[in-house]
Structure formats: structure tokens, C-alpha cells
Write a protein that binds this ligand. Structure first.
Ligand SMILES: [Fe+2]
Length: 498
């Protein structure tokens, strides 16, 4: 921390300073005196202050140092952080109830069905599935709607799509033909266990519905058109245009501290940048995989620079300890972090939380938080592995499109039984009940930013260069970027630290 004040002093005077110069100055008992002497000795040609500029022999260190810098530091540390407030709207932490019994799975899926079907019910008038067979009288129903969970998806021998739709009263097969192009496009992306509404005609034998339209829960059109608007946007941002007076949030994820491919210098530059005031950043939100963890994949131990997971978090706490105190840090876990793998994941345990400053906020994964009236849904994004493997045209290079698919389904992890292991909690924490202003994910280590029906979607990349595993999988990460979101306009700006 003392070192960050030295950096700050030089930055205030318009100079950058090299880490070894900072370390040398910091090793003296009166660093503030040295800083002011060095500043007096510099001329305009100097951009970066290095050891060669220190000339410490010329600096007379007082016998009884006043150490104003240290006093200033102590004052800063003892002062309560001037960080803005965060309201956690939904989070599994301390609320987990599940023990994995069968009845819990039934209750979990019932909750998913009830909530998602409730959203769809606002748009179509559906009947219970059991009524289709009970009321069938040998004539063709022309237009019937049902809402259910997709229990099976198949392509028939003549190229049609056959879905099995299930509600609490029964299940029913529905058929989509490729000739109905619009419906076909939707049907091609349908995945197991999502909840959809279908309207169609029932065949004369009463055994099949021919689909005429499919309704996904989706977001209302033109949602979030008005924000708790204050001020203007970030200068030069993609969507905003102004001075950023309402404050910004820096969104990052997948830092992977402890890995031998963690880009420590770039991450350090990012933290220094947070302190230099280029943009009015008030929040730093980390969407999981703060550290690389241990035992996450076979052979990981040979790729770790810090082999102990607690040491990895200690290192993370050191980095984040240099973030200015007026920036509120929010940390959610990911699949590399030291919490249960089954999602929803609770916040990091107290043993780890205690390594960080008291004002860091730890949430579960997923979590919905509200800052300055802006709702941010944080989800690490493990389900993207399943969605990319299943939905046509999805790819690791365009994570924002996968996130839009989550919004269309109003569900962060619709497929059960894939790469995401889902704990059957009392309620389905992945259902997107309250529409966020921002959806922030990570996990795939690539960057994607988009806007869908008023929601800003951000996948925030990584701070790790390509790993051997990614090389083998042909995955090209996009490291060392931070996405800055203007909280007034939801406009975004990408800042690169490579
Ligand atoms: Fe990651």
C-alpha cells in the first residue's frame, strides 16, 4: 500500500515510476522526503522515473524522520472507505438448502417451470397438457397453446424437429417442419429443459401438435429504455457520449492468479490505471476465477506458479489491496475458485474473505446486485460450454451471442446434466426474474459486448495468456482488457493493458 502512495505522488506530478524505483524509495524510512527531492530534481525530458533518477546519496534523510507519507498512508487506511454502496438483490450464499434428494430435483424443476411459464403466460393463453387428450373428440384443433419444459429434442428421419413438451399434468410431442423458416430458426436452438410456449394444431388422432409458433420467455421489447439517468456517458464510449459524471464500473473476470500464464504485469498496470483517475471508476466487478485454483484439471499442478490455493488468494488480496479505497470491489466465484463446484455457488469462505480488505463484497455465482439503481447480473458462465456445443452458430469467439440466448430463455443455465452441475436448491437461482440492466459473464476467456433489448451484455475476457489446454482445444483467449461501463448510459469502453 505504501508503494501505491509513492506511485500516486509521482502520478500527481505527471510522472510514471518504475517498480524498482518504488521499491527502493519504499525501503527508506522517509519516502515522502525522497519523493519530493526526486521530483525537484527531474526535468521535462523524464517520462518514467527509474532508479537512475533517484541519486539517493544526495538525499539527506532526517535523523528523526517525520515520515509524512507514512502518516498519510495510516490516515488513508484508518479512514472508512469512501466507497459507494452495493445492494445485493439475489444470491445463494448462506441460503443453500439442498442435500441432493430426488424430491429436491422435482421441486427445483417445478419452480423453474412455474416461474418461466408465468412469464410466457403473459403472452399466450395456454391450456394444461392433460386437457389435450381428455378433450380430444376426433376433430383437429386448429389453434391450441401449451407451455412446458422441453424433455426431448429429436430430428426425425424426414428432417422434422420433434420436441417433447412437459408440464405438471403430462407431456405431449410437437413437430416443427423446416418449411416454416421463422419457427424452424427458433426450434433449431431449443435445448433440453428450457421452458417454451408452443401454439399449433393437433392432428386428428390427437397424438401430435404441428407447431405454428414458438414463444420463448424472452425479455420484453424495449426494456430498460430509461435508466435512473444522471449525467452523461463516457467520452468516446460506444454508446455513451459525455463526461461519465455518474460513475463507471470496471468489469473483469478470469484473472487466474497463481497460474504460470497469469499476466501479472498487465494486471498491475490495470490496478495502477484504476488509481490514475482516467475514468471515474467506482466499482470493480470480478465475475469469477479470481485465482487458478488447484486440482481443476489433470496436470494443472505443472502449470501453477503458486501451488497453494490459499497463497493464490493471498496474492490476489495483495493485488486488490492496491485498488484505491474509493472503488468498491465485488468478487463472485467461478469454477476455478475454492467453493463447491455445483452451481449456484456460494461466496468464497470466510478463511479466504478475511485475507481481503473489509469493504470487499463477496457474492455467490450467480448474483444480482444493484449499484446506483443499475441492476447487474453476475454469472461466471459455465453453462456457455453446453450452450455453445448445442445451439447452432454459437462459438467461443462470440460469447455475447450465447449470453443473449440466456436472456431469451430468461435462464442462465437452461440445460441440466451437461458441463454445469446444478444443485437442486429450493428455488431456481438461474431464472432471470428481474431483468438486469447489465449481464456480466466470463469463463470463456474471450471478449464480447452487445446490447439486447436494452440490456448491456459483457463477457470480460481474461488476464491469462493461452494455456496448453487452450492450445490443444484451439481456443484463442483475449487477455488483459477491462470493460468500463458507464452507469448512466450503460455505454461501454474497452481498455487494453497488454
Ligand atoms: Fe476462467
Amino acid at each position: 500500500m505504501q508503494e501505491s502512495l509513492i506511485v500516486e505522488e509521482f502520478a500527481n506530478a505527471g510522472y510514471q515510476v518504475s517498480p524498482d524505483a518504488v521499491a527502493l524509495i519504499g525501503s527508506y524510512s522517509a519516502p515522502d522526503t525522497i519523493v519530493s527531492k526526486v521530483l525537484q530534481s527531474l526535468d521535462d525530458s523524464v517520462l518514467v522515473v527509474g532508479r537512475e533518477h533517484l541519486n539517493l546519496d544526495c538525499v539527506k534523510i532526517p535523523e528523526k524522520p517525520t515520515d509524512k507519507l507514512a502518516e498519510k498512508l495510516a490516515e488513508k487506511l484508518s479512514k472508512p472507505a469512501d466507497a459507494p454502496a452495493v445492494n445485493i438483490l439475489s444470491d445463494i450464499s448462506n441460503e443453500s438448502t439442498c442435500v441432493g434428494e430426488y424430491s429436491e430435483f422435482v421441486r427445483y424443476f417445478r419452480d423453474r417451470y412455474t416461474r418461466l411459464s408465468g412469464i410466457i403466460r403473459g403472452r399466450i393463453t395456454a391450456r394444461p397438457i392433460e386437457s389435450l387428450r381428455a378433450r380430444h373428440s376426433g376433430r383437429e384443433y386448429d389453434s391450441v397453446s401449451i407451455i412446458g419444459m422441453v424433455s426431448d429434442v429429436r430430428t426425425t428421419s424426414n428432417g422434422n424437429k420433434l420436441l417433447e413438451i412437459e408440464d405438471p399434468t403430462g407431456s405431449f410431442p410437437v413437430l416443427v417442419r423446416p418449411s416454416d423458416r421463422d419457427i424452424w430458426a427458433i426450434a433449431s436452438g431449443i435445448v433440453h429443459d428450457e421452458v417454451i410456449g408452443v401454439t399449433g394444431s393437433i392432428t386428428r388422432d390427437g397424438h401430435l401438435m404441428i407447431v405454428k409458433s414458438i414463444v420463448l420467455p424472452d425479455l420484453p421489447n424495449r426494456y430498460n429504455q430509461t435508466l435512473p439517468g444522471r449525467g452523461q456517458g463516457i467520452n468516446g464510449s460506444e454508446h455513451g457520449n459525455g463526461d461519465g459524471a455518474a460513475g463507471c464500473a470496471a468489469l473483469i473476470s478470469d484473472v487466474h492468479i497463481g497460474s504460470d500464464t497469469f499476466l501479472g504485469d498487465a494486471f498491475s498496470d490495470f490496478i495502477d490505471w484504476l488509481g490514475d483517475g482516467s475514468l471515474p471508476v467506482q466499482y470493480l466487478i470480478i465475475a469469477g476465477d479470481l485465482v487458478d485454483g488447484v486440482g481443476i484439471y489433470p496436470g494443472q499442478e505443472s502449470e501453477l506458479e503458486i501451488p497453494d490455493v490459499y497463497d493464490q488468494y493471498r496474492s490476489a488480496a495483495e493485488y486488490l489491496g492496491r485498488v484505491p479505497k474509493n472503488i468498491r470491489i465485488i468478487i463472485a466465484p467461478g469454477n476455478h475458485d475454492a467453493v463447491r463446484l455445483a452451481e449456484p455457488q456460494p461466496a468464497l469462505p470466510e478463511k479466504i474473505r478475511s485475507m481481503f480488505s473489509d469493504d470487499v463484497i463477496f457474492t455467490g455465482n450467480p448474483a444480482l446486485v444493484e449499484i446506483r439503481g443499475v441492476r447487474i447480473l453476475i454469472y461466471h458462465g459455465r453453462s456457455m460450454d453446453d450452450l455453445i456445443a448445442t445451439i447452432p452458430k454459437m462459438s467461443y469467439q462470440r460469447p455475447e451471442l450465447v449470453m443473449i440466448e440466456m436472456l431469451r430463455r430468461r435462464h442462465l443455465a437452461p440445460m441440466y446434466g451437461g458441463r454445469v452441475s446444478i444443485a437442486p436448491e429450493n428455488s431456481d437461482h438461474f431464472v432471470i426474474d428481474r431483468v438486469p440492466h447489465i449481464l456480466h459473464c466470463g469463463h470463456v476467456h474471450t471478449i464480447g459486448i452487445d446490447r439486447y433489448k436494452g440490456v448491456t451484455v459483457v463477457n470480460s475476457g481474461t488476464w491469462q495468456s493461452q494455456t496448453d489446454f487452450q492450445k490443444r482445444m484451439n481456443l484463442d483467449p483475449v487477455p488483459a482488457h477491462a470493460t468500463i461501463v458507464d452507469l448512466a448510459t450503460l455505454g461501454t469502453k474497452m481498455v487494453k493493458f497488454a
